[in-house]
Design a protein around this ligand. Structure first.
Ligand code: CO
Length: 211
């Protein structure tokens, strides 16, 4: 059952308190994370762990294939809280290579509700059909599509009224697109950052070719 989980939790709590007796008391008073992370639900890409960040340092929203749906109240509520209440100024959309959600968007099988969820990725695949066709193997095409999905997510976050209002009032919020490689544990910047009043040409970078 859950006994192993509780045992691990007690060990973790005790070790944290041993390291810093005031640790939980400090966290209980406030959270002031520097980053808002939008990532995939995949168990191999936990935001805190892969970035080496502690509790309190990153505010997290995860869903299947890190899709940014413009009408997702769950994501939008978290985004609004992150920007307006927590005053976070670094938003990260992070995808990963080998994403099962991206793979599901490229096959002809029926996945049920997930097909509705990943429909924007299918649309991206149609939109970038030429780029994907010359990308090489099926695995490389999927990895490139995972990058396109991140870039699209960054753009969609930027187009929300939450960001437009924040930028209009002078908040210096940047939205970054990253991708994570499960087989070496490294994050890569896709160089598609969108900042307020971007200089001509910025914010429109093409994703890196998947390697
Ligand atoms: Co995934």
């Amino acid at each position: 059952m859950l006994s192993d989980l509780f045992a691990r939790n007690r060990l973790w709590s005790a070790s944290r308190q041993a390291d810093e007796p005031e640790y939980f008391a400090r966290l209980a008073t406030r959270q002031a994370p520097e980053y808002f992370w939008i990532g995939c639900s995949d168990s191999r890409v936990p935001a805190n762990v892969i970035t080496g960040l502690d509790p309190g340092e990153v505010f997290v929203h995860r869903n299947v294939a890190n899709v940014v749906h413009s009408s997702d109240m769950n994501l939008l509520s978290a985004l609004e809280f992150a920007i307006d209440v927590l005053a976070i100024r670094q938003v990260i959309v992070c995808g990963h290579y080998g994403c099962a959600g991206v793979r599901a968007a490229t096959d002809d099988e029926v996945h049920g509700l997930a097909d509705h969820w990943i429909e924007p990725i299918r649309r991206l695949a149609r939109q970038h059909a030429v780029d994907l066709a010359v990308a090489g193997s099926a695995a490389r095409r999927r990895d490139l599509l995972a990058e396109f999905n991140v870039v699209e997510g960054v753009r969609r976050v930027a187009e929300t009224p939450i960001l437009r209002v924040a930028w209009a009032r002078g908040a210096d919020v940047a939205i970054h697109g990253l991708i994570y490689r499960i087989d070496d544990g490294l994050l890569h910047d896709l160089d598609c950052t969108i900042r307020p009043n971007p200089a001509p040409g910025s914010g429109a970078a093409r994703p890196l070719a998947a390697t």
